[in-house]
Design a protein around this ligand. Structure first.
Ligand code: HEM
Length: 474
């Protein structure tokens, strides 16, 4: 349970204790909510400590929308008054079942507005849903309401800023995010011996050595000194990958991309969170305030901590840092979801720690490391084991290694090369990475990844149009 949830439950329980008890709403029900601190009639301002989107909310809504009175009252164990009120609300204004004005609850807030429905009802429906297998299963997606609008906003805000800056003379246009980067070329060699046969699919189907482009980036939308606190990215583009890819426009490309950042989680649960951060950042406000501004009761301490960690976790050298995909991906069958991690090969020498006062010290530290030998990353997958504790839709939740260990599936080796040459920089700038440059066996999952499908394509197209260069896979 997150701190914010604990705080909400405390507030909720104090509120409900002070509310009127139900009177004659359901005289024949075995327990009517009398003296029940979790049931209140009206006057509720939050969703009783449950997030209005995500695993628990989805499960509760499925039970509320899909159950009749007997199921809610007898099987799920709701108070009689609560069960009757839910059924009455679903019948719509005419009070009749199976008529045109019947409704389904789209959000927990709508359900919470029903009389006598509160924390206890939510908990009972959640427990019933879990026991009956009604909650989201392994690998299952359950999009939050408002995701498409949030994605539109992300694209519009980032795109508008790129256009503004280009018009003001900032040319060429850099990427909408992760503006500064260095590209190297390497070899990504699969060794699928540790995978069960059912997971030997897509790029992991056989022990192939793929040539790869790798772009190490700073997350900021503007090019700034390497010593500035920032998100650090690693984008891998495998070449010579046969098979039809997910993006219609690039379905025949021979590339497959993996995108990772240097912390295990992203502070934003989903596209709605990400849009709030983009709003704040584009308005030059403190993004931490985005988490405080939605709900004065909801302190979102966990996300604030993650946000601070995402830009303050120091790195010595992009070639000796660990990166995580943060968001999940399918691997083969419908019920298998995995996250990715790339870490320096066990036993490999780590790069030099240089003076971060040099604005280009990553170039220098990468050059020194490559001059001393090959850089090497172990690429591993982590399988989802529990849909509640390892959620698909909330990428601010870490999938703990104690619950599911990473299994190595490939090695990425990068030999000495002149990556800082003008020609290499130019080629690097025109590349486009997206998690949707992918084989269907590795389909991106979850709200952030769905938002990324449209966002990366639109923002990359904008960059190439502004710069007047063709947009094509290498
Ligand atoms: C979920 C975790 C995420 C990770 C690990 C991640 C990682 C990355 C990386 C590594 C890059 C640099 C790619 C390159 O070198 O060209 C990048 C760029 C970018 N990211 Fe993300 N990202 C995440 C989420 C998101 C989300 C949710 C959005 C928006 C919906 C987003 C929008 C972008 C955009 C617009 C770019 C620039 C693309 C371009 O101009 O070509 N990212 N991201």
């Amino acid at each position: 349970m997150t701190p914010s949830r604990t705080a909400l439950l405390l507030i909720a329980s104090l509120t409900y204790t002070a509310c009127d008890s139900p009177s004659s709403a359901d005289d024949d029900a075995p327990h009517d909510g009398i003296d029940d601190p979790g049931v209140a009639q009206g006057g509720k301002a939050d969703t009783n400590g449950y997030e209005d989107r995500g695993y628990e909310s989805t499960c509760i809504l499925r039970v509320a929308n899909g159950s009749d009175l007997a199921t809610l009252d007898d099987d799920a164990g709701l108070w009689g008054a609560s069960a009757k009120a839910i059924i009455a609300a679903k019948r719509g204004p005419d009070g009749e079942p199976s008529t045109a004005d019947d409704l389904q609850f789209a959000t927990l807030t709508e359900l919470d507005a029903v009389d006598w429905v509160g924390f206890l009802s939510f908990r009972a429906m959640l427990e019933y849903g879990q026991a009956e297998g009604l909650c989201p299963g392994l690998g299952e997606e359950y999009p939050p309401p408002g995701e498409d609008e949030a994605t539109d906003r992300i694209i519009a805000r980032i795109g508008d800023r790129m256009q503004r800056e280009f018009t003001a003379g900032a040319r060429p246009s850099t990427r909408g995010l992760h503006a500064k980067g260095r590209c190297v070329q390497g070899t990504f060699t699969v060794d699928n011996a540790a995978l069960p046969a059912s997971l030997r699919v897509g790029v992991f189907a056989s022990d192939t050595a793929y040539p790869a482009w790798v772009r190490f980036s700073n997350g900021n939308p503007h090019v700034q000194a390497d010593g500035e606190g920032d998100v650090r990215g690693m984008a891998i583009k495998l070449m010579d990958v046969p098979g039809t890819k997910l993006l219609e426009d690039e379905k025949d490309a021979d590339t497959h991309d993996f995108l990772l950042n240097h912390t295990p989680t992203i502070p934003t649960a989903d596209a709605l969170d990400f849009a709030a951060i983009v709003d704040r950042s584009e308005d030059d406000e403190n993004p931490v305030l985005a988490f405080l501004s939605w709900n004065p009761f909801d302190i979102e301490l966990t996300k604030i901590r993650l946000l601070i960690a995402s830009v303050t976790t120091p790195i010595i050298n992009p070639l000796s840092t660990t990166y995580w995909s943060q968001s999940p991906y399918r691997l083969g069958g419908e019920t298998v979801a995995v996250k990715y991690r790339a870490r320096p090969c066990p036993g490999a020498a780590l790069g030099p720690e240089l003076d971060d006062a040099d604005p280009e010290y990553f170039t220098a530290s990468m050059q020194q490391q490559l001059a001393a030998g090959t850089a090497c990353f172990e690429f591993a997958i982590q399988r989802q084991r529990d849909p509640a504790t390892m959620p698909i839709e909330d990428n601010s939740v870490e999938w703990r290694e104690a619950e599911s260990a990473f299994v190595p599936v490939a090695t990425l080796e990068i030999a000495a090369q002149d990556f800082a040459s003008d020609a290499n920089r130019e080629a690097c700038e025109h590349l486009s990475f997206t998690p949707w440059h992918a084989l269907p066996e590795h389909r991106p999952l979850g709200s952030l990844n769905r938002a990324r499908r449209r966002a990366y394509e639109a923002i990359s197209k904008r960059r190439h149009e502004l710069n007047g260069v063709p947009r094509q896979e290498p």
